[in-house]
Design a binder for this molecule. Structure first.
Ligand code: GRF
Length: 186
């Protein structure tokens, strides 16, 4: 099954996916970001489908359609979100049960945009990451894998997030691979 990846940030999770020999047909970003360079360096087509605005005028459905159109151009069957900064619920309809995401908390705790900050503020002693199937409602889709990460004394949002991402860089590619293997056997 052919994979498309969506990213917005530094792209270290994307890099781990590419390093795991998962055949990614296209990387799409919603803004200029290092993930584009990572894709290009790996010889994977990198397409900037730039989000036109972050304000109230943003037409989310039209933007989701543009992303889906690009994924279809590359015959993508499975979509791996790798730190994508735009929620595109309607895109799920084009890839039902075939969009995956990694989230840096143990869902259902700490959904949303600041899971690491929120876990620290709550004072939990253990957090982690969750790989799940994306559904139209944010951060609630079926869970495929989870791994715990301890919160250490003196942790900052940055230090804790980096330790979680070290785990995500292992767990997410492994989970994508087994998801693809199961698809092959279906
Ligand atoms: C990861 O923690 C991922 O779970 C979250 O965004 C982060 C992406 O990290 N959605 P990077 O930009 O790939 O380093």
């Amino acid at each position: 099954m052919s994979v498309g990846a969506l990213a917005s940030g530094t792209g270290t999770i994307l890099q781990a996916i590419l390093a795991a020999d998962i055949a990614v047909e296209v990387v799409i970003t919603d803004r200029p970001c290092p993930a584009l360079d990572i894709a290009e360096a790996a010889g994977v087509p990198a397409v900037l489908v730039e989000r036109p605005s972050f304000g109230a005028s943003f037409d989310r459905e039209a933007y989701a359609d543009a992303v889906v159109e690009t994924l279809r151009k590359f015959d993508v069957e499975v979509v791996a979100m790798a730190g994508f900064g735009t929620v595109i619920p309607t895109a799920v309809r084009a890839f039902p049960g075939r969009m995956l995401n990694t989230h840096p908390s143990l869902l259902p705790s700490f959904k949303g945009w600041h899971p690491v900050r929120d876990a620290l503020a709550y004072g939990v002693k253990v957090t982690g990451c969750t790989v799940h199937v994306v559904t139209e409602e944010m951060d609630v889709g079926p869970i495929l894998a989870q791994e715990a990460v301890p919160v250490l004394p003196g942790d900052t949002e940055e230090s804790l997030h980096e330790r979680i991402k070290e785990v995500e860089r292992q767990v997410y590619p492994a989970t994508i691979k087994s998801f693809l293997d199961q698809g092959r056997n279906r």
